[in-house]
Design a binder for this molecule. Structure first.
Ligand code: PMP
Ligand code: GLN
Length: 409
């Protein structure tokens, strides 16, 4: 029987009261019920490499990982994560003490914040931010302090082909001003969901300087590390001076290998930080995804040709969707990374992304995400709408055709 609530006390605790159903679940359900094309939730509609799927089947059949794997993750995967960080970025981590396998990046974020925050600690996050950040900060009893990424006023003609583009930019003075005596931690995300901004070396250098100067910890969500385009470069924050010992870096097989359902993520950090994060993680899931961990170990060792082909495929899709949205009349922020395009709907005569997205399925047969859900300052995000392009070319073509028809006649 359901427990009765007293009228004075709602069931859901006050830390979570402001968080309803995630926008992704809501919009995916909306796509299903209307039959619209789902460019909302960011999951690929094609699975990752066949050989990696087979590796999971093999592990399952061979009885590897069918029982609780070791708490920190299977040794093969921890070794593969360390080897990947070394090979790609020259970052050396000890697989035994400096790598922790998690249930996706989502658990890595939650465990890091639960481990490292005391109630009342302030956490600076770049706004718009991925929705689990706010909930995890709240669960840990922290206070979030958003620093808003702002769109360029003017398009800069600084990209290949000279095509002008606008970027969401971090104001480093604003970031500096946001730090107080109560700030414990910076929560970064690059490449950035939903704007597609990739932080530059100059920006990261300033962030690193600030972290050292104010003795801050940094949790950096780098799940889109392999999805960077044009002349953008993914620079792990941990590679910058003074950062390795104060940075928790988060990665995920969901994004890099197109297996979002496997929920295999990882943390790399100094032994003290990994020990702290593991203390929280062991009481969240303890362990997860046994057989998939073996498969992801093989995936991380794939040759560069895999990563290059993956990026090239997404680049082609980015260009297809960005061009189609532009033709349909949206103002497009061409992403330097991730598999999302943020658009400005004001050229369509619209200004409320929520209302726009609610009506879009009926109006055009396409589902998208209103960026305002990723903001504390909702008005700053009101006219922006996010579309995912990790979908088949035929699906993107159909979506673009529908949007053109609905908005460009
Ligand atoms: N961080 C960001 C920025 C994301 O976009 C996502 C989701 N896709 C996650 C974390 C969660 O990743 P995972 O599915 O591995 O939990
Ligand atoms: N990260 C995905 C996105 O931004 C969604 C993941 C989820 O649904 N939690 O679309």
């Amino acid at each position: 029987m359901a427990r009765m609530t007293s009228s004075a006390r709602p069931l859901l605790n006050r830390r979570l009261a402001e968080f309803g159903t995630t926008i992704f679940a809501e919009m995916s359900a909306h796509a299903t019920s209307t039959g619209a094309i789902n460019l909302g939730q960011g999951f690929p509609d094609t699975d990752g490499p066949e050989e990696i799927r087979e590796a999971a089947v093999r592990a399952l059949r061979d009885g590897r990982g069918n029982q609780y794997p070791p708490g920190p993750g299977v040794p093969e995967l921890r070794a593969a994560v360390a080897a990947h960080q070394e090979r790609r970025y020259g970052l050396s981590y000890d697989p035994d003490t400096e790598v922790l396998v998690t249930a996706g990046a989502t658990e890595a974020i939650a465990a890091s914040l639960l481990a490292l925050l005391e109630p009342g600690d302030e956490v600076i996050a770049l706004e718009p931010y991925y929705d689990s950040y706010a909930a995890s900060i709240a669960l840990a009893g922290g206070t979030r302090v958003p620093v808003t990424l702002r769109p360029d006023e003017e398009a800069a003609a600084d990209t290949p082909g000279g095509v002008p583009h606008r970027r969401f930019r971090l104001d480093l003075d604003e970031l500096r001003d946001a730090v107080t005596d109560r700030t414990r931690l910076l929560l970064l995300n690059t490449p950035h969901n939903p704007t597609g901004t990739v932080l530059t070396r100059a920006e990261l250098t300033e962030i690193a300087r600030l972290a050292v100067e104010r003795d801050l910890l940094v949790v950096t969500d780098e799940v889109y590390e392999h999805l960077v385009f044009d002349d953008a470069e993914h620079i792990p924050l941990a590679t910058l001076p003074g950062m390795r010992e104060r940075t928790v870096t988060i990665g995920s097989a969901g994004k890099t290998f197109s297996f979002t359902g496997w929920k295999v993520g990882w943390v790399t950090a100094s032994p003290d930080l990994v020990t702290a994060v593991r203390s929280a993680k062991q009481f969240l899931t303890y362990v997860s995804s046994g057989p998939f961990q073996y498969a992801v170990a093989e995936a991380l060792a794939l040759p560069d040709t895999y990563f290059d082909a993956f990026r090239a495929d997404m680049l082609r899709k980015r260009d297809l969707l960005a061009a189609g949205l532009t033709d349909a009349g949206f103002s497009v922020f061409r992403p330097q990374g991730t598999y999302f395009v943020t658009t400005d709907i004001r050229p369509l005569g619209e200004s409320d992304g929520f209302a726009f997205c609610r009506a879009l399925a009926e109006r055009a047969g396409v589902v998208a995400i209103p960026n305002a859900v990723f903001y504390d300052h909702r008005e700053a995000g009101a006219p922006f709408v996010r579309f995912a392009f990790c979908k088949k070319v035929s699906v993107l073509e159909e979506a673009v055709g529908r949007l053109r028809k609905a908005f460009a006649g």
